[in-house]
Design a protein around this ligand. Structure first.
Ligand code: ZN
Length: 70
C-alpha cells in the first residue's frame, strides 16, 4: 500500500483521473502521433491531508522503453 509522502498515512489507491464532464481517463503514451497508450494513469489520495499522486500499475512497458534507449 502507498503511504502519503507528506504525512505517511496510508493512501486510497486505484482511483481514476477523469476528464471533466465524463470523458475518458488520462494515459501515458510514447512521443509521436498514433502511439498506443502505455498505461492508464491511476491516482491515490491521502485521506488525511489530501495529497494526491499519480502512478501506473504495470511498469513493464516503461522498463522496455528504458532498454530501447540504451
Ligand atoms: Zn497525507
Amino acid at each position: 500500500m502507498r503511504k502519503c509522502l507528506r504525512c505517511e498515512t496510508y493512501m486510497v489507491e486505484d482511483l481514476s483521473i477523469m476528464v471533466s464532464n465524463g470523458g475518458y481517463g488520462i494515459d501515458i503514451r510514447e512521443k509521436g502521433l498514433f502511439k498506443t497508450a502505455i498505461e492508464k494513469i491511476k491516482c491515490a489520495v491521502c485521506p488525511e491531508c489530501g495529497y494526491t499522486e499519480t502512478y501506473i500499475e504495470n511498469t513493464d512497458k516503461i522498463k522496455k522503453l528504458l532498454n530501447k534507449e540504451k
